[in-house]
Ligand binder design. Structure first.
Ligand code: NAP
Length: 254
């Protein structure tokens, strides 16, 4: 398959960052499969992409379900690029982090990436050509209050990216991560709403509190993350493996 005809999988393709990645890679000429659970959001994404002349197909799949992931991957054919982007975030102090919240984060943010990577990597290695990009977070590098489950799941995701990189070193496959701080997406809107509700602050004040946590001093736009993913997924990034690209405006999270 020529580079211009690459088949790409983007997990969480219907979300804020995922949609930007789908449009960026499809805009490069790739055939993109966008994965998620909500069929309505996926169908809307597919319609919008096709209206722009982009080759985007959506597939409904709960990526925490091993059998569902394996059968989905069997139906996709040769995949050259996997972007592990699906995720969730809810905050709670440790004492109020119930086992279910903990396990849901690990399953959604780390296990889904493990299942997809395990299923797609053998084909990439066989063809000696592939890119795996993980959308982790600055939370993969550092701990912050009230995010034990999210932080642990993102550390796990980055650990997976690095372990895969070690396994594929010296082949035509690479494994890298991008680690943004807060991005303007529905996930961040949810965090802002929860802060506003819990603290009695207005939405704008709550957003400012999040923004202050990043040296950038503003929210990141999804397209900025997509640009980093597009580079790491590109043929010219073949010499970059096992890296974590922090997008926080200050490089304090390494
Ligand atoms: N927003 C930020 O500030 C920020 C910062 C750093 C890193 N990140 C990371 O970037 C990634 C995308 O975040 P976002 O802000 O774009 O979030 P978002 O808008 O909430 O999108 C999350 C996506 O993940 C999908 N998803 C969740 N659970 C899934 C499951 N079990 N199976 C399949 N798909 C699932 C969702 O689709 P369905 O609900 O339809 O399943 C949705 O498409 C996440 O991994 C997040 O941790 C976000």
């Amino acid at each position: 398959m020529a580079d211009s005809e690459r088949r790409v999988v983007v997990s969480g393709g219907s979300g804020g960052i995922g949609r930007a990645i789908v449009f960026a890679l499809a805009g490069e000429g790739d055939e993109v499969f966008a994965l998620g659970r909500d069929s309505g959001r996926l169908a809307a994404l597919e319609r919008r992409a096709r209206a722009h002349g982009l080759r985007v197909t959506s597939r409904v799949c709960d990526l925490t379900d091993e059998a569902a992931v394996d059968s989905l991957v069997e139906s996709l054919g040769e995949v050259s690029v996997l972007v592990n982007n699906a995720g969730m975030a809810q905050s709670a102090p440790l004492r109020r982090t119930c086992l279910e919240l903990w396990e849901t984060h690990l399953r959604t943010n780390a296990t889904s990436a493990f299942l997809l990577t395990r299923a797609l990597l053998p084909g990439m290695l066989e063809r000696d050509d592939g890119r795996v990009v993980f959308v982790a977070s600055t939370a993969a590098h550092t701990g912050s209050r009230y995010t034990a489950a999210y932080t642990a799941s993102k550390h796990a995701m980055l650990g997976l990216a690095r372990a895969v990189a070690a396994e594929v070193a010296g082949t035509g496959v690479t494994s890298n991560a991008v680690c943004p701080s807060f991005v303007r997406t529905p996930m961040t809107e949810g965090s802002v709403a929860r802060i506003a509700e819990r603290t009695g602050r207005g939405r704008q004040e709550a957003e400012e509190a999040l923004v202050k946590a990043s040296p950038l001093g503003r929210l990141i736009e999804p397209e900025e993350v997509a640009a980093a993913v597009t580079y790491l997924a590109s043929p010219l990034a073949r010499g970059v493996n096992g890296q974590s690209l922090t997008i926080d405006g200050g490089g304090v999270h390494r």
